[in-house]
Design a protein around this ligand. Structure first.
Ligand code: PMP
Length: 481
């Protein structure tokens, strides 16, 4: 769609009273036109956008309608970043989703990670259906709680005990509260670019701009308006031992815990450098602080034992959500038994009406049973399939002359248009996001759905044929450029 076409189309949308979204888009295009008289559109992105708009009219109409009642037309803020606009889906099965206009997509977003077995896997559907017949929730004890808890304590190295909640954001709060209670200290150290949910205290220095970084001078940077002031977090750069050592040297006695994504999935899938997790383990122990791995993404995704099993470093606590129940809302905290004794004894409060509800736990039991077969043999296949997809895409893009790097572990990886692999969040600021966004848009037009931030997920439902079909689509996209 040329700018003139777009304006034509927007203006007629406004005339048809599809006003709010059309006006937003008009604003976007006008500001593009003002700030960037020749916006860079690679991979023939104008044509892709034109095609997508034509074949997803049902999504557009729904998006316009949804914005009249639902804030921003979406239920989680990040979803607004989809180009050309958020699509609406009617079903998903295996590796594919179908939108309301009947278009199929090979899905590499997987609902931002949870769908480790793909969409609607038969064994999970059956388990959930059977449970639904027996009741949605009891607000009381049932067998699935200890059955899943036993699986977790037998599988996760740091899990002496577990407790359940519904989302990653919630369970991180339990971990931090426990750390404060166990140590009698109130502060924590987190890393720039790491995401630990949307609660006030942890949603700091997540994706700051260069200007924000420059003016903050190392202080925590709130991500949005309305957050409480931050006087509890210390911020360090990922993979930077000196920074962590400096903070501990001057504040060691105040720090209850260090929390990190052991594989930094939320900012470029950046792995820990050799010895870095071991270093975090050692410095927290030396300072009587606790080490928390936020395994909301890595848990049951990169290994049956999570990142702690994969990297061989056992933290004091670890948080799980996403893949643990294959797409139903469940989160868990795994911790050494003596820590969760504080919850068991009622000294630390952990509560929730729907905690441990049997529907989510039925899904978790079925999902974990499937993943755990033959000691997690499926992870070998997931890794090799993910690696083939990632390596082949990288190679094809490189051969076509694009500066591209990829990173990650098996079924979760990142594609970035940049010259050098990132070591920390600030390095990711050098990636060409506009180029990636155009790549993503062209892939969508080819029936491949990828997340706008460059992260790719695959599930056990993705077959070798799916990977081949995706690589063929990537080739077509490159040829469009
Ligand atoms: N921690 C990490 C590492 C995450 O990726 C996320 C979600 N993307 C969260 C915590 C928060 O989880 P939820 O969205 O379920 O609240």
């Amino acid at each position: 769609m040329t700018q003139v076409d777009a304006l034509d189309w927007i203006i007629s949308s406004v005339m048809r009273a599809e006003s709010i979204a059309a006006l937003c888009l008009l604003g976007h295009i006008m500001s593009n036109a003002i700030h960037n008289s020749e916006p860079h559109r690679a991979f023939n992105a104008d044509q892709s956008e034109h095609n997508i708009r034509n074949k997803t009219r049902g999504s557009w109409e729904r998006f316009v309608r949804a914005q009249q009642s639902l804030a921003g037309g979406v239920s989680s803020g990040l979803r607004r970043s989809a180009r050309p606009y958020p699509l609406f889906y009617s079903s998903g099965k295996g590796s594919r989703v179908t939108d309301v206009d009947g278009n199929f997509y090979l899905d590499y977003g997987l609902a931002w990670g949870p769908l480790i077995l793909g969409h609607a896997p038969q064994e999970v559907v059956r388990a959930v259906q059977e449970q639904l017949e027996r009741g949605f929730t009891y607000g009381a004890q049932h067998d699935l709680e200890f059955e899943v808890a036993e699986f977790l304590t037998a599988t996760i190295p740091c899990a002496g005990r577990v407790c359940f909640a519904n989302s990653g954001s919630e369970i991180v709060q339990v971990a931090l509260r426990l750390a404060r209670a166990a140590t009698g200290r109130s502060k924590f150290l987190k890393f720039e670019g790491h995401y630990h949910g949307w609660a006030d205290e942890v949603l700091v220095s997540y994706h700051p701009s260069q200007a924000e970084i420059d003016s903050a001078q190392g202080a925590p940077i709130p991500t949005g308006a309305g957050q409480r002031p931050h006087d509890k977090a210390f911020i360090a750069s990922w993979n930077d031992r000196e920074a962590v050592e400096r903070i501990f040297a001057s504040h060691g006695e105040e720090i209850a815990c260090v929390i990190c994504e052991p594989l930094l999935c939320n900012s470029g899938c950046i792995p820990p450098e050799a010895g870095f997790l071991e270093f975090l383990r050692e410095i927290t122990q030396r300072n009587d602080s606790l080490l928390i791995f936020d395994e909301v993404i890595t848990g049951f995704r990169i290994d049956l034992r999570g990142a702690q099993g994969f990297y061989g470093v056992t933290p004091d606590m670890a948080t799980y959500a996403k893949a643990i129940a294959g797409g139903l809302p469940l989160s868990a905290l795994a911790a050494k038994a003596e820590l969760l004794e504080l919850v068991a004894g009622g000294r630390v409060i952990h509560a929730g009406t729907l905690n441990g509800n049997p529907v989510a736990l039925a899904a978790a039991k079925a999902t974990l049973k499937s993943l755990g077969q033959d000691q997690g043999a499926v992870y070998k296949t997931l890794r090799s399939r993910g690696d083939r997809l990632r390596d082949s895409m990288e190679q094809m893009l490189r051969q076509a002359g694009y500066p591209v790097v990829t990173s990650g572990v098996g079924s979760v990886f990142q594609i970035s248009f940049m010259d050098h692999p990132a070591r920390n969040y600030r390095d990711t600021l050098h990636a060409n996001r506009e180029l990636y966004s155009d790549f993503c848009l062209a892939l969508l037009d080819e029936g491949v759905l990828a997340l706008p931030d460059g992260r790719w997920y695959i599930s056990t439902a993705h077959s070798d044929d799916d990977v081949d079909a995706t690589l063929a689509a990537v080739k077509r996209v490159i040829l469009r450029a």
